[in-house]
Design a protein around this ligand. Structure first.
Ligand code: AP5
Ligand code: MG
Length: 215
């Protein structure tokens, strides 16, 4: 199955994708993680990443094409792509006749700022935590691989504000694009719901679509 996660920064795409990957075996493909772990980025690209600007559609397309091809057999969960109308059209070309499921995570802006400025991330395995709402068992180490947790460079209030603005301008219009294709499901993913509760909703959507979740 092909699953696309759309939602503003901090809406829980990475958190839910990791859980879904474990449950289903579909590969979590996060363009943000791939960029942060790419040692070949130019100085300009690193600056764009750390200041919350989008990298070029062409550069991202190369990465995504390659990753999706590698995981064609298992199925995938795409997190962070597409982010522009042009990327959405490029993804249509990659997908051909395949019909993905698009999950849109809806969260209020106030919740997003609180989440991002308190987030802790594992550079090693990509796990995400929150200082108060989702803390690791051992204050500053990853539960999964015991690596020291850090704060992302783009999780300062200034950069978060910029990222939310870019999301509204460039990415939010894609929601309508997928609504018109009849493949989008909206999930209330605000702080009023626990991570587990949101995951249950996602599993329900998948079950309704597939009859059962494949492993
Ligand atoms: P990317 O890494 O994709 O960042 P993003 O889209 O801004 O999303 P985040 O990773 O910040 O949030 P998330 O939705 O994954 O939330 P999370 O699960 O961590 O992209 C980074 C940069 O890369 C971009 O700015 C751009 O420069 C570049 N880039 C990437 N893709 C690109 C593309 N296609 N084109 C061009 N450039 C691209 O959760 C957040 C926090 O909330 C955590 O602390 C978590 O514990 C907490 N949380 C989660 N769920 C809940 C809940 N239910 N209740 C309370 N807290 C919760
Ligand atoms: Mg993420």
């Amino acid at each position: 199955m092909e699953i696309i996660l759309i939602g503003p920064p901090g809406s829980g795409k990475g958190t839910q994708a990791k859980k879904l990957e474990q449950e289903t075996g579909y590969k979590h493909v996060s363009t943000g993680d791939l960029l942060r772990n790419n040692p070949n980025l130019t100085k300009k690209q690193k600056e764009a990443l750390n200041s919350g600007k989008l990298l070029s559609d062409e550069m991202i397309l190369d990465i995504v094409q390659c990753e999706l091809k590698n995981h064609e057999q298992t199925g995938w969960i795409l997190d962070g792509y597409p982010r522009t109308q042009n990327q959405a059209k490029q993804l249509d070309d990659i997908l051909g006749s395949k019909k993905p499921l698009v999950l849109y995570f809806h969260v209020k802006e106030k919740d997003l700022i609180e989440r991002l400025t308190g987030r802790l991330t594992c550079k090693q395995c990509g796990s995400v935590y929150h200082k108060t709402s989702n803390p690791p068992k051992n204050t500053s180490y990853c539960d999964n691989c015991n690596t020291a947790l850090t704060q992302r460079k783009d999780d300062t209030i200034e950069v978060v504000t910029q990222r939310l603005k870019i999301y509204e301008e460039k990415t939010a219009p894609i929601i309508q694009y997928y609504k018109e294709k009849n493949i989008l499901q909206t999930i209330d993913s605000g702080n009023n719901r626990s991570i587990e509760n949101i995951f249950l909703s996602i599993k329900e959507i998948l079950n309704n679509r597939k009859g059962c979740i494949e492993k």
